[in-house]
Design a protein around this ligand. Structure first.
Ligand code: PMP
Length: 390
């Protein structure tokens, strides 16, 4: 069998299972209204929660540094890639997160993999939430420690697994701060008190919480007034740019700088990108209005969909999962939305369990009332058409 024939057999299996993926082209900058594959759409699936990706202040900051420092960093941080912009941004992140120090990675994925593959040792155990992000799963797979999965935000199950893990030398609980498919906020206060009782360390991936959750958008630590041992995050969602980070003690950062392979062997992100992120964090720190608008939009959509009879999962986060049930029905729903100008993907197995197939909406602070009314009217209409709403 020739190489491509073999690959096509595998691709056909994905097509049969309905898990085949294809790229779409965004013809315009990230905004609530975009052209996708040449079609005008209201986008309800972007991570640009505060509308910063296309903010002129970020673009200008990046432009200035682009001219001064060039297009690429040209080396890893430990060789020739480190600039004042990387260090300024790290100090900014640490200040924002209220930690001693922070370390930049190329993205959140590699920050998770870097921490989890380097921190726990052989003889340790990682206790990981069932719905943690793929990058946490991959980090656990690369770790020399054992991994056990506890049921999603089930503190009873976590406690039982902590009791079982007494023979291990060290215990690490790892959780998303906001879960990307369910929109739930992890009960960090309870996790930390269990960690305290069973002598475990806590690692939180605040990818979807950074800039959004907590009074000042500092994330789940601020929301609960809690201090996990390791906070991981990304700049690619509410911050609107790119890059991942770890925030924590200076010793932790020094350890990762020496041990995390995804830090050591990666080319540093471009200085211009650091400048854009720095400006974004300044805006997040000083402008509460974006976060307030986001919360108002989230509340309105959740409340109205629930009033229509929809089962809406999760907490008050920009991720609004609307349960449709049957996977094919969820696909049909998403397709009908797209035909009517709303871009919102259907999420099906294996990402979620079959009977919880859903439309995963995300909303931003930039969505206006016209866009939200259109979305809600379509849920009303298509729901009746497909007999989903009560
Ligand atoms: N963690 C979570 C919970 C995520 O949703 C994502 C992005 N989908 C990541 C980590 C990875 O972040 P990045 O896109 O910066 O690699």
């Amino acid at each position: 069998m020739c190489f491509d024939e073999w690959l096509n057999i595998r691709l056909n299996k994905a097509k049969e299972a309905g898990t085949y993926r294809q790229l779409r082209v965004m013809d315009t900058a990230p905004r609530p209204r975009m052209s996708i594959n040449g079609q005008k759409q209201i986008v309800c699936s972007s991570n640009n929660y505060l509308g910063l990706a296309n903010d002129i202040r970020l673009v200008q900051a990046a432009k200035d540094v682009l001219h001064a420092f060039g297009a690429g960093s040209s080396g890893s941080r430990l060789t020739t890639g480190n600039t004042q912009w990387h260090e300024r941004l790290e100090r900014k992140i640490a200040g924002f997160k209220g930690t001693e120090a922070a370390l930049l990675f190329s993205n959140g994925y590699l920050a998770n993999v870097g921490v989890l593959s380097s921190l726990p040792e052989k003889g340790d155990i990682l206790l990981s939430d069932q719905l943690n992000h793929a990058s946490i799963i991959d980090g656990c797979r690369l770790s020399k420690a054992d991994t056990t999965i506890y049921n999603h935000i089930d503190m009873g199950d976590l406690e039982a697994k902590l009791k079982d893990s007494r023979p291990y030398q060290r215990r690490f609980i790892v959780t998303d701060g906001v879960f990307s498919m369910d929109g739930t906020i992890a009960p960090l206060d309870q996790i930390l008190s269990l960690a305290n009782r069973y002598h475990a360390y806590v690692i939180v991936d605040d990818a979807h919480a950074t800039g959004v959750i907590g009074e000042n958008g500092r994330g789940t630590s601020e929301f609960y007034g809690a201090s996990p041992d390791v906070v991981i995050g990304t700049l690619s969602k509410a911050v609107g740019t790119e890059g991942g980070f770890v925030a924590g003690s200076r010793t932790l950062i020094n350890f990762l700088l020496n041990h995390a392979r995804t830090f050591i062997f990666q080319t540093a992100i471009p200085p211009a990108s650091c400048a854009a992120s720095y400006t974004a964090l300044e805006i997040i720190q000083h402008d509460k209005k974006k976060r307030q608008r986001l919360l108002a939009n989230v509340t309105k959509i959740r409340t109205e969909l629930q009033t229509m009879g929809y089962d809406v999962k999760g907490d008050l986060t920009p991720i609004i999962p609307v349960i449709i049930g049957d996977p094919q029905m969820a696909v049909n729903f998403s397709e009908r939305l797209r035909e009517q100008g709303i871009y919102a993907p259907a999420i099906r197995p294996p990402t979620v369990v079959r009977e919880e197939s859903r439309i995963r909406l995300t909303v931003t602070s930039d969505h206006g009332s016209g866009e939200i009314e259109h979305l809600l009217a379509l849920f009303q209409f298509i729901g009746k058409e497909l007999n989903r709403a009560l």
